[in-house]
Ligand binder design. Structure first.
Ligand SMILES: [Zn+2]
Length: 208
């Protein structure tokens, strides 16, 4: 009889030994697409490839909070290695928001959940509603770079009730995936207009 609970790999779903104390099976663990490119405009611990791709999809659509917990140490490592020294003072973490109708559909903003995990890991403050997505944009998956930028333009506003907490602050902008950068750069523009000082983009995965 097996007295141990069964654990499954967060990415491929295969069974893993309870005693291994891991959340990924050895195959997925060995295949993590660790970022190898030198990054300057945005930072990510991983390329957007398997098994990270599946983990992000599960985080997004299955409200899997364990995945945010499992990924936050990797975000923290990139922050400490490449980003922390760029800030003159500790940043506040701002997640890229969903439009409220999409939030109601999912009941969950994956970037906000990641932000909360990372903030507790790094002892930083998170302001989940610093940005508001007031324009409902169409899904961007199949758009080219120029169309994405036009689609997202003017989609965000700085939350009027949070302006005092944004002004002259350094900001770590957090999202799940960096694709063309259209979304995050629109957020950067919005935060800058609201008086934010230094802004650095951090995502779990980046396509390049
Ligand atoms: Zn696996």
């Amino acid at each position: 009889m097996n007295w141990f609970p069964n654990y499954t790999c967060m990415a491929c779903g295969c069974e893993i030994q309870a005693s291994s104390n891991a959340y990924l099976c050895p195959t997925c663990m060995n295949n993590l697409p660790i970022m190898t490119e030198k990054q300057t405009t945005h930072y990510a611990p991983f390329f957007y490839e398997e098994p990270i791709r599946t983990m992000i999809l599960k985080l997004k659509y299955a409200s899997n909070g364990f995945i945010a917990k499992a990924l936050s140490p990797y975000l923290a490592a990139v922050y400490l290695q490449h980003i922390a020294q760029q800030f003159s003072q500790a940043p506040i973490i701002v997640p890229v928001p969903l439009h409220r109708s999409r939030y109601h559909e999912r009941g969950y903003n994956q970037s906000a959940v990641l932000a909360t995990e990372l903030a507790s890991y790094l002892h930083l403050t998170v302001i989940s509603d610093a940005l508001v997505r007031h324009k409902k944009t169409t899904i961007q998956k199949h758009m080219d770079t120029a169309t994405r930028a036009a689609n997202i333009k003017g989609a965000f506003i700085a939350n009027p009730t949070q302006l005092d907490h944004i002004k002259k602050q350094n900001i770590l902008l957090l999202d799940d995936v960096y694709t063309t950068g259209a979304t995050t750069h629109e957020c950067v523009t919005t935060l800058r207009r609201a008086g934010a000082k230094q802004i650095v983009i951090l995502t779990i995965a980046s396509v390049d």
